[in-house]
Design a protein around this ligand. Sequence first.
Ligand code: NAD
Length: 472
Amino acid sequence: FFSVIMAVEGSKKVFDAEEASLLVKELRGTFASGRTRSYEWRISQLKALLKLADDNEQQVADALNSDLSKPQLESIVYEIALLKNSCKAALKELKHWMTPEKAKTSITTFPSSAEIVPEPLGVVLVISAWNYPFLLSLDPIIGAIAAGNAVVLKPSEIAPATSSLLAKLVGEYMDGSFIRVVEGAVAETSALLEQKWDKIFYTGNGRVGRIVMAAAAKHLTPVLLELGGKSPVVVDSDINLQVATRRIIAGKWCCNNGQACISPDYIITTKAYAPKLVDALKNELGTFYGKNPLESKDLSRVVNSNHFARLTKLLDEDKVSGKIIHGGERDESKLRIAPTILLDVPRDSLIMTEEIFGPLLPIITVEKLEESFDIINSGTKPLAAYLFTNNKKLKERFVMSVTAGGLVVNDTTLHLAVDTLPFGGVGESGVGAYHGKFSFDAFSHKKAVLYRSFIGDAAVRYPPYTNGKVGL
Ligand code: NAD
């Protein structure tokens, strides 16, 4: 029956804890049938998901444009194509992922053999965020399906057009006996969080991450938390400045206008090099977005007025407002803020202590670049960190000493597109990781299986425990 549950606040039917409980009960019942465990079911659902993305590219791009004014190219490349690639990789690798892994045994169990058998966790919940609302909703579902789970998706209410499109399309394309969408905001998510799940996969901010983890703890439910943080970019002087600048801009403003979890949050460079870097950034921004970036169709808008107010508060703080050296223009009626660069902002300012998640880019300067690694490590652990350099020693020190979810040398954000790398945070930036095989693993239990025969039964393990048995 219901393949999609619409929970619209204020309408007759509100999705409450009772309905959430019925939904979970129903999915537990269908999951117990064992159908999701078969290779064929998993493949059929991965194909259905791929078809969903293939058939509806324009509808998805339109929804993303309605929610975020997201440029068509960014929607196609960073949401739809990434999802399709992820789906294709899972289709190609699934057999291999599902194959039990042989494990070595020891003399203690001789003679024996052992294997690690991946099995689905059961009924899982995916709660996603608004900034890449198509990709971040469906990419975790690839892992959940590949691993053979039943799944409930709760998209973000802050991207309402994409949320309702997801509810419609998942209802049309996917097997509704096992895969459901619940739309809604805090009340509906809270109702879902009261239930016992076999895993909760949450993407969003750390404050809600804590709510999710506390709710999960009541049922001893494991969580995967994809959170955010302040992802730094360290810029050396020994670089191809134009390429570096373009790649910083690509990770910042070309990624949803800075509203991306791995967008560069701030730059660290030397006092001596900062003027050159600033000039290069200004030049390239001019080339990309023209003289009036507030009118550019190639920049997403700020998602809503709450986030607009949050960002302007960062910009208007007394000790920060004088530090704007480029941009700063805003149009509240259109929720637009121009790409903005700030130089030498105080380290204790709001903009340097909160995740920015928008089009503002502060640069802090140091005497010696080596200081930057200590600055990064003195804050909370970021989701990503970037370094631009040709210096081999500096690269090595960066990789060995900087802690972050992921690192990229001489580019930004692209580690996300390499599905042989785990994508996830550490500390405040998240718990666990996904993408490629890591997604399959995130939604699987690795069952340990030991096989023994009846030969070689050692009397030493049985009482009476005589001294002779322990060699005394
Ligand atoms: P959001 O506001 O869309 O919230 C995320 C989800 O949490 C939504 O589905 C929402 O309904 C739910 N939610 C909100 N308040 C809740 C509450 N009180 N109780 C229960 N559920 C609640 O997204 P956001 O948090 O603004 O997203 C931005 C943050 O997410 C940034 O910190 C960003 O870095 C991070 N992020 C991380 C990744 C990643 O992959 N690591 C990706 C995107 C965003």
